[in-house]
Design a protein around this ligand. Structure first.
Ligand SMILES: [Zn+2]
Length: 341
């Protein structure tokens, strides 16, 4: 696959595979090891499908992309420049929501503990944790992604958590926040997280919820499919199974994310309006490349903004309702490493 622009990657169209299509033989499922999956969605262009494991229902990008292909999914400007990813209207809201996440995380670990954020990006959550007195560590794939990060965060650049070589029993909390769905080896990361976590400490793993009401109602239009960057799509049961098999005991799950869930409703509904560009609203709010942040004509932009404002309140209500029904569009699971290992 050749290098795509940010806009092209978000605009990649997804369609349903005809129901009744036969299962295909795949590589072993990273959750249950099964080697058969049912094709569910077809991704335009690069020739990938999303297939569901016939045993644990984990969704996978198929065929599995090579390391070079995965690298091409992330243009250099994916994280934005100068530590800011979104337009000036949205950025303060994103930072406020990060502060709220940090408050939740700080409550789950011992006061002023040592926290690692795996795939910390611009480190907005770590900055809020540093404000709360935590010792903060961030790991990223590329130095470019770390631009603008708070100077209190101790950073490492490595291609995987294993290569970062943190000491045994070192952290009071390990965050794997919307990372697991991007990596080719999710169980390996969790096993390594368990090695570097202190006995009695926690891992907090957040992913889009493939078994959520939003995912099921949206189908091919679901914003959080994010093809082809999301290599795996976790139903909650599969996520908890992989966390438990890595050595953590899942202790709680949380179904509300103000940052992810209401926007997921708005964007998934907009994606059903076929005359508007897929993920057009996200592309418009994304400031990764000024040349792409205003790629649409005025009538298109007006329609996108109309979608945003008309759907904002219903999307918030739907997110609260689905969280109460334990079917949030994203989920984060807290796992505790047993005190004696
Ligand atoms: Zn499986």
């Amino acid at each position: 696959m050749t290098r795509h622009s940010v806009r092209n990657l978000y605009a990649m169209s997804v369609s349903n595979v005809a129901s009744g299509t036969q299962a295909v033989v795949t590589d072993p499922c990273p959750v249950c090891g099964h080697e058969a999956a049912t094709p569910k969605f077809l991704i335009e262009g690069p020739g990938f499908q999303i297939v569901d494991c016939t045993k644990c229902r984990l969704g996978s990008l198929w065929p599995r992309p090579t390391a070079a292909e995965i690298q091409a999914f992330y243009p250099e400007n994916y994280y934005g420049d100068g530590g800011s990813k979104f337009s000036s209207i949205i950025e303060p809201l994103v930072r406020m929501i990060a502060a709220r996440s940090a408050w939740f995380i700080a409550r789950s670990i011992r006061p002023k503990g040592r926290v690692l954020d795996v795939g910390c990006g611009r480190g907005i959550t770590l900055r809020a944790l540093a404000d709360a007195g935590c010792e903060t560590h961030g790991l990223e794939l590329s130095r470019h992604a770390l631009r603008g990060i708070d100077s209190r965060v101790q950073t490492k650049v490595a291609v995987s958590l294993l290569e970062a070589e943190y000491p045994d029993n070192y952290f009071d909390g390990v965050l794997i926040w919307h990372v697991l769905e991007h990596v080719p080896n999710p169980s390996q990361i969790l096993i390594e997280a368990c090695r570097i976590a202190k006995p009695g400490s926690v891992v907090i793993v957040a992913v889009p919820n493939y078994s959520s009401l939003q995912a099921r109602l949206s189908g091919a239009a679901w914003f959080h499919l994010d093809p082809p960057r999301h290599l795996f799509h976790f139903p909650v049961a599969a996520l908890e199974r992989i966390i438990a098999e890595a050595g953590f005991v899942p202790v709680s799950r949380h179904h509300f994310s103000l940052r992810q869930n209401p926007f997921g409703w708005i964007q998934s509904i907009q994606n059903r309006l076929r005359w508007l560009p897929r993920n057009g609203l996200y592309a418009m709010l994304h400031r990764a490349d000024p040349g792409l942040s205003q790629p649409f004509t005025l009538p298109v932009r007006l329609q996108l903004w109309a979608c945003f404002w008309l759907l904002a309140l219903p999307a918030l209500m739907a997110s609260i309702a689905t969280a109460l029904c334990r079917s949030g569009a994203t989920v984060h699971v807290v796992g505790r490493k047993p005190a004696t290992n």
